[in-house]
Design a binder for this molecule. Structure first.
Ligand SMILES: Nc1nc2c(ncn2[C@@H]2O[C@H](COP(=O)(O)OP(=O)(O)OP(=O)(O)O)[C@@H](O)[C@H]2O)c(=O)[nH]1
Ligand SMILES: [Mg+2]
Length: 208
């Protein structure tokens, strides 16, 4: 990783239980857990990818969605080149929360960040409450790209990260981030670091 051509910081934001951790674990480890292991504070993952002939190091920050952690958001989104704002297609409140995150990101970072809005759990089509048309129209209105994913069925996730990385590369094509800013990693491996799950799976009243 020390010899990556580019290094990007990406942050996952969104209400608790929408599937942020599931998305990143599916992407990094190709695993899925049916239980909700609530993230505390945040954790980060790293992944090296090769794209358009460039070696890119992604550092992906997975934040905690519970409201009591909201104030920590700026710690993780500041300095990010990409944001994945996730909602659950079966949960209207999570879409409202996603809109609030978008508003905050635009206020704090302007256009300095590539915004993605992710409708996760698209395997639960029967209980969908946010239509694709509504979500896409909203994304367009704020200059974001909308993606539909299912961490459970591994749908849309690889494409989402590839597409975001291409966008981040094209945004910085004129400014080089020195590879010396990377952490010391030399192989193409993924690393999961400080996610701290609860000992017990979260129960229904706490989230979905
Ligand atoms: N059906 C379905 N369930 C999913 C999907 N993604 C995540 N889940 C489930 O949703 C619950 C919450 O997933 P997490 O990934 O822990 O959610 P989170 O957004 O990281 O939650 P916090 O860490 O509390 O912010 C878990 O029970 C997952 O198994 C999906 O694509 N489809
Ligand atoms: Mg989580």
């Amino acid at each position: 990783m020390a010899d990556a051509d580019k290094s990007f910081k990406v942050v996952l934001l969104g209400e608790g239980c929408v599937g942020k951790t599931s998305i990143v674990l599916r992407y990094i480890q190709n695993t899925f857990n049916d239980k909700h292991l609530m993230t505390q504070h945040a954790g980060f993952f790293q992944k090296n990818i090769n794209i358009n002939g460039k070696r890119v190091c992604l550092t992906i920050w997975d934040t905690a969605g519970q409201e009591r952690f909201h104030a920590l958001g700026p710690i993780y989104y500041r300095g990010s080149q990409g944001a994945l704002v996730v909602y659950d297609i079966t949960d209207n409140d999570s879409f409202i929360k996603a809109k609030n995150w978008i508003k905050e990101l635009k206020t704090m970072l302007g256009n300095d960040i590539s915004l993605c809005i992710i409708g996760n759990k698209c395997d639960l089509e029967k209980t969908r409450v946010i239509t694709l048309a509504e979500a896409e129209a909203y994304a367009k209105s704020v200059g974001a790209i909308h993606y539909s994913t299912s961490a459970k069925l591994n749908k849309g996730i690889e494409d989402l990260f590839l597409d975001l990385t291409r966008r981040m590369l094209s945004n910085v094509s004129t400014s080089t981030i020195p590879s010396s800013s990377n952490t010391a990693q030399t192989t193409n491996r993924s690393e999961r670091i400080p996610i701290v799950p609860d000992n017990e799976p979260t129960t229904k009243p706490v989230c979905c």
